[in-house]
Design a protein around this ligand. Structure first.
Ligand code: DGL
Length: 269
């Protein structure tokens, strides 16, 4: 068990977006090594069919298990929504946690009225995964969801405070806010970067649940309870594997990670 504690945490996403989760993990667990996989050649997943996402998720899970990880974190909401079972079936005794478990739990805990909004990719919203996991905690919770497909390209464009993004957000949030939700789950890797704008559009009384931060909290709690936390205090090692390194990858990646991005390698499979 003691040697297992020193293994890295495996984190994966359909592309760069999962770096928001890595960023939260680096802040919450500064002594944990992380190996990240981003499927930048095949992103976006949020508009793909479930069998395709299941197939890709299986490949990525095997890649990270082969690298020897002590925990798997599904950072992509879309994969967590429709393919969490694929990860769990391959992981054996390696603990698996995902952004939807973390975000659903945090939203139910945060909401006073029991009326919660969820925004995400079309696949995540159509899957109803957030509502199902919230209802498993509290069957009386009312959930209103809205797909926001334009947010991913707007964030990658860096239009975090742009007027076009503000107008788009107003349009998307209108039906959810009309239901008088008191909590809004940012159910996509990209949305934490829009937090200030979304708070502005939603109003100060709505609590935004950032599933990157809640996932890092859940990972810390799970490592502690399983006695898998790294006892050392040496600087952590990070490795980033991606399936393509497109133009502007470095700039976009660093925006998500909030720091410089090194130890990047392209996977050939
Ligand atoms: N990572 C995806 C998610 O969190 C967003 C990007 C995509 O559609 O692949 O849902």
């Amino acid at each position: 068990m003691s040697s297992r504690r020193k293994l890295p945490i495996g984190v994966f996403d359909s592309g760069v977006g999962g770096l928001t989760v890595v960023r939260a993990l680096m802040e919450r667990l500064p002594f944990e090594d992380i190996v990240y996989f981003g499927d930048t050649a095949r992103v976006p997943y949020g508009i793909k069919s479930i069998p395709t996402i299941e197939h890709f998720t299986g490949q990525i899970t095997d890649f990270l298990l082969d690298r020897g990880v002590k925990m798997l974190v599904v950072a992509c909401n879309t994969m967590a929504a429709v393919a969490a079972h694929v990860v769990k079936s391959r992981a054996g005794d390696i603990p698996v946690l995902d952004v939807i478990d973390a975000g659903a739990g945090a939203a139910v805990a945060a909401s006073r009225s029991g009326t919660i909004g969820v925004i995400g990719t079309p696949t995540t919203v159509n899957s109803n995964a957030y509502a199902r996991r919230m209802h498993a905690i509290d069957p009386d919770i009312r959930v209103f969801s809205q797909a926001c497909p334009l947010f991913v390209p707007l964030v990658e464009e860096g239009w975090l405070e742009h007027e076009v993004t503000r107008l788009t957000a107003r349009e998307y949030l209108k039906p959810v806010l009309a239901e008088e939700v008191d909590t809004l789950v940012l159910g996509c890797t990209h949305y934490p970067l829009l937090k200030p704008l979304l708070q502005d559009v939603s109003g100060p009384d709505i609590r935004l649940v950032d599933s990157a931060i809640t996932t890092a909290e859940l990972a810390a709690a799970r490592l502690a309870s399983l006695e898998l936390a790294n006892p050392g205090h040496a600087p952590a090692h990070y490795a980033f594997h991606v399936t393509d390194i497109p133009l502007r990858f470095q700039t976009i990646g660093e925006r998500f990670l909030g720091r410089s991005l090194s130890h990047l390698s392209k996977v050939d499979w």
